[in-house]
Design a binder for this molecule. Structure first.
Ligand SMILES: [Cu+2]
Length: 338
């Protein structure tokens, strides 16, 4: 998939927003992420150029990706691209992704993305690897396609990219990919762009330039002699949110036994420091109209709490425990255990 899309789709890692929030995909590489089960990922890439003739017509090339996790580390999805440069027709690609190795945070990730390009009747696949440390992610991809581009020969390609995160919200990224046996006119595919996390949201946005029109596996493997400008907007949709349409609130946890300290999350604030004794419990209830969560670390955190949602943690060791809300990192709090 291109990876990118798929990736996009598939992208979610252990944290609800983890992989995407970390901005670790360059524009034409998919990365190794997979959406969590229960999350429908919708990514929208739009690329365009303005014709040189006197009409200055804007030519548009969107690619949509829709994907979801089916279990942890496995996702499925599809990509749809219109009037692709490769065939001039619309293109549909079905894909799956298997995270063969995944680390939380920094480390090495490996994912296999088999795909079927229904427009070319081509079985395509990408093996993607990335390695992160601090603000840097380096990615490699190897691609195989049984008969892409409406031809009847198998093609192979390789790609590589890098993302450099300036902070939690802004990153610079670029990549290059090529077919191994490129014909004349099949140029090295490249992209370069700015990746942004939209603060207080689960969305990422990228502004980029590329000579790739559409982001299927085949499409991302070769470039054309034209520079396109574009953006990608990523939208993870939590399906359980829609329970509210059917009268199901997220309040079942609210029925759990009272904690020693009950705290309301209100007005985008956790309130002042909470002090408890060893062995006591603290319960947090979201009283805001938007979702929050309570995150101590990667392994100790609540799910996203809808309005009325509640989460309880017991503290068994003395110490100082800072926590924060993932969608709103400026929301912080502290529990002191004596
Ligand atoms: Cu929040």
């Amino acid at each position: 998939m291109h990876s990118r899309l798929v990736l996009c789709l598939l992208l979610v890692s252990t944290a609800p927003l983890g992989a995407q929030a970390r901005l670790d995909r360059s524009p034409n590489l998919g990365g190794t992420w997979v959406p969590e089960p229960g999350v429908l990922q919708f990514n929208f890439i739009h690329r365009f150029y303005v014709t040189a003739d006197p009409t200055h017509t804007v030519q548009n090339y969107p690619t949509f990706t829709l994907a979801t996790g089916v279990s942890r580390g496995i996702g499925v999805g599809l990509r749809y691209a219109t009037q692709t440069a490769t065939s001039g027709t619309n293109e549909v690609e079905f894909l799956a992704r298997w995270q063969m190795r995944q680390s939380t945070g920094d480390g090495f990730n490996l994912a296999l993305t088999p795909a079927f390009n229904a427009s070319a009747n081509s079985f395509d696949a990408e093996l993607g690897a990335d390695w992160s440390r601090g603000g840097l992610t380096l990615s490699l991809a190897a691609r195989a396609m049984s008969q892409p581009y409406d031809s009847n020969r198998a093609r192979f390609g390789v790609g590589g990219g890098a993302v450099f995160r300036l902070n939690d919200y802004v990153a610079l990224a670029g990549d290059a990919a090529s077919l191994l046996d490129a014909d004349p006119g099949e140029e090295v595919a490249w992209s370069a762009g700015l990746l942004l996390v939209i603060p207080s949201s689960p969305h990422t946005f990228s502004l980029h330039a590329s000579n790739v029109v559409n982001n299927t596996t085949a499409g991302s493997s070769r470039g054309v002699s034209q520079v396109f400008y574009g953006f990608e907007f990523t939208i993870p949709i939590r399906l359980n949110r829609f329970g509210a349409w059917f009268g199901k609130g997220a309040t079942s946890a609210a029925a759990a036994p009272p904690a020693d300290v009950e705290r309301a999350i209100q007005n985008f604030s956790f309130g002042d420091t909470i002090v408890v004794r060893v062995g006591q419990t603290v319960g947090w209830t979201n009283r805001d109209p938007v979702e929050h969560d309570v995150v101590f670390d990667e392994n100790t955190k609540s799910p996203l709490l809808a309005t009325g949602g509640r989460w309880v943690r017991r503290f068994d060791s003395p110490g100082t425990y800072p926590y924060a809300c993932e969608p709103h990192p400026y929301m912080t709090g502290v529990v002191i255990v004596r």
